[in-house]
Design a protein around this ligand. Structure first.
Ligand code: NDP
Length: 260
């Protein structure tokens, strides 16, 4: 399928993990890609994504920095024209007992996961309204936007916030031809989950590498962890014409782990 031929798609955190899989899927379906991250590795990731045949603009951008976010969307528009799809995917996590969580943990997690989503949605909407072509906003929340897990109250708060932003903006831009949705991945094999496995594993018991993840996967009805491609399929659907009448929704992609 080439549902996004010639469309401009921005993916934050597009250099690795879930974001990279999302960008690759859009590239394979014909989109022009703008990928953003804080590490220089974004350039190597762009090179890799060009193998899909896509044109790719890598941009160094900290999504918690409003000036950098403005530059990101301006660069996307000037390189490829109207922005059709914006995927707010960049995110971070730390795990610690309540006594050990610092104010900096709270501030940084909310700054990237929540304010970052807000700033990117704000800029994307500004550009989509200016070009008058409508658009699709899709933000990566988490199973932790449904249910808080242990030792991560700051992360849970940050992801519940993404759902609130999604619902509020969906109502505000509904008549502009812009849909706004969020997704909740479950356990997806990425560097982030490797960190979760190691740190939660040490804190919850004497789990060796991969053992905690294996135990949690046994609670997934489909009995396997997710892949970036599982998430990318949902994002591509939400960005497609088939999802034209879906807005303000938060959709789980987790093999059935959470059913609410
Ligand atoms: P990774 O750690 O593999 O990737 C995180 C991405 O976010 C990287 O591209 C990173 O860029 C980028 N990023 C982090 N901070 C910033 C910032 N300040 N500005 C711009 N980019 C930033 O994680 P995942 O791929 O697993 O996670 C992607 C999203 O999915 C996150 O929002 C996460 O919370 C969410 N999620 C993941 C789940 C999982 O099981 N893996 C489950 C539920 C939700 P860089 O490499 O340059 O630092």
């Amino acid at each position: 399928m080439r549902r996004f031929a010639g469309k401009t798609v921005v993916v934050t955190g597009g250099n690795k993990g879930i974001g990279h899989a999302i960008a690759k899927r859009f590239g394979e379906e014909g989109a022009n890609l703008v990928i953003a991250s804080v590490e220089e590795q974004v350039h190597a990731a762009a090179e890799e994504l060009r193998a899909t045949g896509a044109k790719v603009l890598p941009v160094l951008c900290d999504v918690s920095d409003s000036a950098a976010v403005k530059r990101l969307y301006a660069a996307a528009r000037s390189e490829f024209g109207a922005i059709d799809v914006s995927v707010q995917n960049a995110g971070i996590i730390t795990i610690a007992k309540i006594e050990d969580l610092t104010e900096a943990d709270w501030d940084q997690t909310l700054a990237v996961n929540t304010k970052g989503v807000f700033l990117c949605c704000q800029e994307a909407i500004r550009h989509m309204r200016q070009s008058g072509t409508g658009g699709r906003l899709i933000s990566t929340a988490s199973g932790q936007a449904r249910q808080g897990f242990i030792y991560t109250p700051h992360y849970a708060a940050s992801k519940f916030g993404v759902v609130g932003i999604t619902q509020s903006l969906a109502k505000e831009v509904a008549t502009d031809g812009i849909t706004v949705n969020a997704i909740c991945p479950g356990i997806i094999e990425t560097d982030m989950w490797a960190y979760n496995d190691r740190v939660w594993g040490q804190m919850l018991g004497q789990y060796g590498p991969g053992e905690l993840m294996a135990e949690w996967v046994r609670n997934i009805p489909m009995q396997r962890p997710g892949k970036g491609t599982d998430v990318a399929g949902l994002v591509a659907f939400l960005a497609s014409d088939d999802a034209a009448y879906i807005t303000g929704q938060t959709i789980n992609v987790d093999g059935g782990l959470i059913m609410s």
